[in-house]
Design a protein around this ligand. Structure first.
Ligand code: PFF
Length: 460
């Protein structure tokens, strides 16, 4: 029997705490590292528009569904489905989520480690006075080094494990509440500096004037996959967090606020990066190194640039940790709830296993760069290094999880249960109920299925 039935379930203590924790999960490397580089690879404004569509049409309703499922069931990602639909195979959705969590945290820890290394470089002055080209070489040299990325990844994972060991209220909530707003302030300052650089205009065009001829099916899948990644959806993170939200809280408002905050941060990160990309003559499609190459140039052009560099990389590391803990929490909550593991045992076991897989993945950028795994994209088998392979796999797993979650909330759960949960048993008005139901029953599943099938098999 789950220990949660005997003891009071740990939860978030305040309204601000929930928003901060859920936004802390959503806002992370996805917004500041991944969003800019995939926007760069996929041609800019048109890609961003598709991304915004995915957030509004699919992301927000799926987030709401995850909250509803988790809070209704008061369980982890797998247990929630077992509780709400006993004796059915729906719990596979939870398993898929556990798998996705494992895969995502493996590469997430590596990139978060890069951030720590750059924090170290910023503190030790190692980024100062370098040209764009030199900064590119620094990045390339670092990620292909066999040991350095592992060192920083292990450090980051140790910190993540330490926070998750502290439990929900003491660990996750306390850190998110103060540090996320500070990250926003720093980003806005960086965006202002970037936008006012000589030669920034082309970057603004890249961000704001869409060229739809650059859109292809892969770009649309990347936008969809990233909408899920960025909002922490499709793998039960928000189911797990939903189970910690107090009954009286307004889930609709929470989902909307978290999604808006997440999207705003990504767009501000775009504003901080693209004007500078063009001003310094960096390739927008430079790939995963884009932020690490571009922003040090911006710091170089600012008064107190080295202080900003330190603050920025420190806060990015914090944003990464508040996301990483939510990913680890998915697996930890599962083992605690379903198998009555102690929090210490589950956190250590899973944390260490993910760290080992991540350390191996990090070699995809260096000593194992020639090891290519096949991936089916657009009807073609493409060879990818193990690091990119895991990232691309997560772009596919999350929408599949999201599809199942939308179908579950739309077709399996009773309408009156949904209404009861969304309204906190009549406390809140839920004028949006019908439109929400229509979206999760029809629109979101159809859109996900279409994008997904066409991107894999190249139908469109
Ligand atoms: N949303 C996080 C980011 O944008 O960095 C990453 C993430 C967290 C993805 C939690 C998935 C998840 F369940």
């Amino acid at each position: 029997m789950s220990n949660q039935t005997q003891t009071v379930r740990d939860g978030f203590s305040s309204r601000l705490g929930i928003i901060a924790a859920a936004a802390g999960s959503a806002i992370g490397l996805g917004n500041i590292w991944k969003f800019p580089y995939i926007t760069g690879e996929n041609g800019g404004a048109a890609f961003i528009l598709v991304y915004l569509f995915c957030i509004a049409l699919i992301g927000v309703p799926v987030m709401l569904s995850e909250f509803v499922i988790g809070r209704r069931a008061q369980k982890d990602a797998v247990g929630s489905f077992k509780t709400l639909a006993p004796g059915t195979p729906w719990f596979f959705t939870g398993w898929l989520g556990i798998t996705a969590a494992f895969i995502i945290l493996s590469f997430y820890g590596v990139v978060a480690g890069w951030t720590l290394h750059y924090l170290y470089l910023a503190i030790s002055g190692g980024l100062q006075g370098l040209s764009a080209e030199q900064l590119g070489a620094v990045f390339g040299g670092f990620i292909s080094n066999p040991w350095q990325p592992i060192f920083w990844q292990v450090l980051f994972m140790a910190a993540t494990i330490a926070v998750v060991l502290g439990g929900i209220k003491n660990g996750i909530e306390r850190y998110s509440k103060i540090l996320m707003p500070l990250l926003l302030v720093i980003l806005v300052i960086l965006a202002i500096r970037s936008v006012t650089l000589d030669g920034a205009k082309q970057g603004m065009q890249f961000l704001f004037s869409p060229d739809f001829s650059k859109l292809n099916v892969e770009a649309i899948l990347a936008a969809l996959g990233h909408a899920f990644f960025s909002l922490s959806l499709g793998m039960g993170a928000m189911i797990t967090y939903g189970s910690y939200i107090q009954k009286k809280e307004n889930l609709g408002a929470t989902a909307l606020q978290v999604s808006i905050a997440d999207t705003a941060i990504a767009l501000i990160a775009g504003l901080a990066i693209f004007p500078a990309v063009f001003a310094f003559g960096i390739e927008p499609s430079a790939g995963p190194g884009l932020v690490f190459i571009t922003l040090p140039n911006v710091f170089g052009q600012m008064a107190f640039g080295s202080v900003f560099a330190i603050l920025f990389f420190a806060l990015l590391a914090v944003a990464a940790i508040t996301s990483a803990i939510s990913i680890l929490e998915v697996v930890v909550a599962y083992l605690d709830d379903e198998f009555s593991w102690s929090r210490t045992a589950s956190t250590f076991t899973v944390g260490v296993a993910i760290t080992i897989v991540g350390a191996i993945l990090s070699q995809g950028n260096g000593s194992l760069a020639d090891l290519k795994l096949p991936f089916l994209l657009n009807g073609e088998l493409i060879g990818m290094n193990i690091f990119d392979w895991f990232i691309t796999l997560s772009d596919q797993l999350l929408p599949i999880g999201g599809l199942a979650i939308a179908l579950f909330a739309g077709w399996k759960m009773a309408k009156k249960d949904i209404a009861d949960e969304l309204s906190s048993s009549g406390l809140w008005k839920i004028a949006y109920l019908e439109i929400y139901r229509f979206t999760v029953r029809i629109i979101a599943p159809a859109a996900i299925a279409f994008v997904f099938l066409s991107s894999i098999f190249g139908l469109a």
